[in-house]
Design a protein around this ligand. Structure first.
Ligand SMILES: Nc1nc2c(ncn2[C@@H]2O[C@H](COP(=O)(O)OP(=O)(O)O)[C@@H](O)[C@H]2O)c(=O)[nH]1
Ligand SMILES: [Mg+2]
Length: 340
């Protein structure tokens, strides 16, 4: 029996005793006083119900920390297991290619670092966060993650590219992103993107586009940038590539969430931001995931891990939906151009 049910049982016994005493009194009362007896019975039952109600509140207000810690630990383990067991639905692709795109400093590199940290078991900052992106060289940097230090390679890879900026003089161009998602740009490619013309296979394509948007600037995005998101969304939609948004820096955006990350789904402010970016990018609200990245920590935090893992699980599920659709259509990697 759990601690809370033992507690309720004790209270229940004392309430029963009150009712029994009242009933016995009632038996010995003569007729004229029976009305008074009824009244006392009524009030004791009322008292019983009131105490029962206050009991429930008392029981649920048990110190929550050990319970929630246990619960969170289970959720985290389940998410980790689910991701480790992940296998693509097609033999043509071993590791889904996940593109991280968004404005500079939105948290693209930090998201990869966070995923890497959760699987390594300690914070690790492999991808240079806050890297200066002044170079004009387009570089599709590919990152893989291993399970624990020196462990097995996990079944996904991230493409990290330069930021998508409102104006074309800085940042990656929409046409470059379209070349990348269509499969023309290989992993870690540093050459001239325009000369890449090899016929792409399904494995060369991007299997999920992840827009990384800073929750603090979501409402300040300029029209030019929104139009770029729109163009990428249209093309991705045409190609059937799934799209997900990660709303980063939720800890900075909302003071309630900063104090307690478990409130992230309850925060009205974050809910509003989720709706806002879902409209800007054109993805359903269920595909906008609030995350808090590791960026300066020395130890892992279970609450941060859960948000990161939930985001990754959603990305992989979306990639699966893409593979499933291709399977349903009977499109093989060789005849991919027909699908595109
Ligand atoms: N507080 C907070 N800061 C973050 C978060 N994610 C990223 N950052 C900060 O934002 C800066 C830019 O992140 P970075 O990953 O380099 O962005 P990128 O340019 O999109 O790759 C980092 O130095 C971090 O300080 C987050 O979730 N919360
Ligand atoms: Mg970066």
């Amino acid at each position: 029996m759990s601690l809370s049910s033992v507690h309720t049982c004790h209270r229940g016994l004392s309430q029963c005793r009150i009712v029994i005493v009242t009933l016995s009194l009632f038996r010995f009362l003569s007729h004229p006083y029976r009305v008074l007896g009824y009244c006392s019975l009524f009030f004791s039952v009322l008292y019983f119900i009131t105490i029962e109600k206050s009991n429930t509140v008392h029981v649920t207000s048990f110190p929550p920390s050990p319970v929630s810690h246990l619960f969170m630990s289970r959720v985290r383990t389940e998410l980790l297991d689910d991701i480790k067991k992940y296998q693509t639905l097609t033999d043509d692709v071993e590791e889904p290619r996940i593109l991280l795109t968004g404005q500079i400093k939105a948290g693209k590199s930090s998201f990869f670092n966070s995923v890497n940290s959760v699987f390594k078991g300690y914070p690790i900052f492999q991808a240079a966060a806050c890297e200066k992106e002044t170079s004009v060289t387009k570089y599709c940097r590919t990152y893989t993650v291993t399970d624990s230090k020196g462990g097995k390679r996990l079944p996904f890879k991230f493409c990290d590219i330069m930021g998508l900026e409102p104006y074309n003089d800085t940042g990656i161009l929409v046409k470059d992103i379209i070349s990348l998602i269509s499969g023309y740009i290989p992993d870690n490619y540093k050459g001239v993107w325009e000369t890449c013309t090899k016929q792409p296979s399904l494995a060369d394509k991007v299997h999920c586009i992840v827009y990384i948007i800073d929750a603090n600037v979501a409402s300040l995005l300029v029209e030019e940038l929104k139009k770029k998101f729109e163009k990428i969304h249209e093309e991705a939609h045409r190609l059937g590539i799934p799209q997900v948004v990660l709303l980063t820096k939720v800890d900075v955006a909302c003071p309630i969430v900063e104090k307690n990350l478990t409130k992230v789904y309850e925060s009205r402010y974050i809910k509003e931001k989720v709706k806002q970016v879902s409209e800007i990018v054109g993805v359903p609200v269920s595909c906008v995931l609030p995350v808090r990245n590791y960026w300066c920590e020395t130890e892992l935090d279970m609450k941060v891990d859960i948000l990161i893992l939930k985001a990754l699980q959603t990305i992989l599920r979306q990639a699966d939906a893409f593979f499933d659709e291709i399977k349903q259509r009977g499109t093989s990697s060789k005849s991919l151009c027909n699908f595109m």
